[in-house]
Design a protein around this ligand. Structure first.
Ligand SMILES: [Zn+2]
Ligand SMILES: [Zn+2]
Length: 271
């Protein structure tokens, strides 16, 4: 399924789709890609101890270019004609980053290590920064996916950036059937136990339940009856690019919240 086909049946997503296209168009002009491949043997002990790749000092990833890309993206978008409110909010964020030369560094530390930092529109900044970073880091996340053995991670957070999952996918057939969790920030997908809740894994008494949404055959909401955290879940394969993009299923977040469920993943769409 193409994004256009999805939008044709979900026309309320069009403003978001158009913003997303403008952000990616701006990135096409300024993006550099990270071609660094870590010495995996140096990182291996951290991986086994559960330290995500981008949070490990042993992976020696240079985040200097990432700071530049986030700053350039905001500059580029601030000079573009964008509809309000995001247009006006992007210009404010850009002005905040301009005022403080250390702001891009603080922004990256806030994104990756949860360092305290105050911006006026954190949801928007997180969305813009991660859209840029996920593309910048794509060769690295791909190399990481080829290196790591899924059975050695199986943790509730992203092996690349450490974020909580925003979506899940049920893939494979019969004995090969498995669940992957999907990171809404860097885009990594990783294996996880079929029936465990990634938000309260220490408890033994949780129960997973599923909500179906009318007209959405391939997507449903899996939630935990203990902590009320939910994962938008894609039951199938082949349409990952469209169905696991988080913003393309924002109506499921609305439905989940109507049922009193909590989005426990970082919200990229507090727009
Ligand atoms: Zn991630
Ligand atoms: Zn739970």
């Amino acid at each position: 399924m193409t994004q256009d086909a999805w939008l044709a049946t979900h026309t309320y997503l069009e403003p978001l789709a158009s913003l997303h296209a403008q952000v990616n168009g701006a990135l096409d002009d300024i993006l550099t890609t990270c071609n660094h491949v870590p010495a995996w043997a140096n990182y291996e002990d951290d991986f086994d101890a559960g330290v995500p790749l981008l949070q490990s000092s042993r992976s020696a990833i240079d985040l200097e270019p990432a700071k530049t890309i986030v700053r350039l993206l905001l500059e580029r978008l601030a000079a573009t004609s964008l509809p309000d409110p995001p247009g006006e909010q992007i210009r404010s964020l850009c002005a905040e980053l301009r005022c403080d030369p250390d702001a891009p560094q603080h922004a990256i530390a806030w994104l990756l290590y949860d360092a305290p930092f105050t911006f006026s529109y954190p949801g928007l900044l997180r969305y813009l920064s991660w859209t840029a970073l996920s593309r910048h880091l794509h060769p690295l996340t791909e190399a990481f996916g080829n290196w790591r053995t899924e059975e050695r991670w199986l943790r509730s957070y992203c092996p690349t950036c450490g974020s909580s999952p925003v979506m899940a996918q049920l893939a494979g057939k019969d004995a090969e059937r498995h669940r992957l969790l999907s990171c809404g920030c860097c885009g990594t997908r990783w294996w996880y136990q079929r029936m465990d809740c990634p938000f309260c894994e220490k408890q033994n008494n949780h129960q997973l339940a599923a909500l179906t949404v009318e007209g959405e055959g391939a997507l449903r909401i899996d939630y935990c009856e203990s902590c009320h955290g939910y994962l938008k879940t894609y039951n199938g394969e082949g349409n990952e690019a469209v169905l696991l993009a988080d913003w393309t299923s924002i109506h499921l977040d609305v439905a989940a919240q109507t049922f009193g469920l909590k989005r426990l993943a970082p919200s990229l769409f507090a727009l």
